[in-house]
Write a protein that binds this ligand. Structure first.
Ligand code: FES
Ligand code: FES
Length: 182
């Protein structure tokens, strides 16, 4: 994953840690857009975005794994950029747009990245896959024709224990080609 991407995640993490030291128990009303729909909820100051999407909203695509902003399994897009939802306070997402893997398919049609991961065997257990695909979406939105080196660099914040990455890189490259043809 790119340096800007890593720096953004680190900034969000520092803020999350500082905020989590505040008193528990007080509820804060927030509104945010999740997968295109406005959601109005009350969150505790220390509540993490990962817990809100998984436990409150039933969007279980984002996974908890390392819990310390290293693996990328919990990745969601915040205003189009990947963030580690395991270290981002839900409060910090107020007024912003969150995309989880559940919101990527449109009108029952998978995103080309989802198709490509299936077609090219870009996953085995699939635990890392939602985060991989969302990070790759940002890459292709910002750089529709990345080189293999650019793909590898941008995806550095997403770890897979299964595939050895070759098929993941192939999947992203294939999706880029397919999207360019449209
Ligand atoms: S669970 Fe969030 S980065 Fe690993
Ligand atoms: S497919 Fe299993 S961790 Fe990536």
């Amino acid at each position: 994953m790119g340096d800007v991407n890593q720096a953004g995640r680190a900034r969000e993490s520092c803020m999350a840690k500082a905020m989590s030291k505040r008193a528990h128990g007080q509820l804060i009303p927030i509104s945010l857009t999740i997968n295109g729909a406005l959601s109005e909820i009350e969150v505790e100051p220390h509540e993490l975005l990962l817990d809100v999407v998984r436990e409150r909203l039933g969007l279980t695509g984002a996974k908890r794994s390392c819990d310390v902003q290293v693996c990328g399994a919990c990745t969601v897009l915040l205003d189009g950029r990947p963030v580690s939802s395991c270290t981002l306070l839900a409060f910090e997402a107020r007024g912003r747009e969150v995309l989880t893997i559940e919101g990527l398919a449109q009108n029952g049609k998978l995103h080309p990245l989802q198709d490509a991961f299936i077609e090219h065997g870009g996953f085995q257990c699939g635990f890392c896959t939602p985060g991989m695909i969302l990070t790759a979406k940002t890459l292709l939105d910002e750089n529709p024709d990345p080189t293999e080196e650019e793909v590898i660099h941008f995806m550095q914040g997403n770890i897979c224990r299964c595939t050895g990455y070759k098929k993941i890189i192939e999947s992203i490259t294939a999706a880029a080609k397919k999207m360019k043809k449209k």
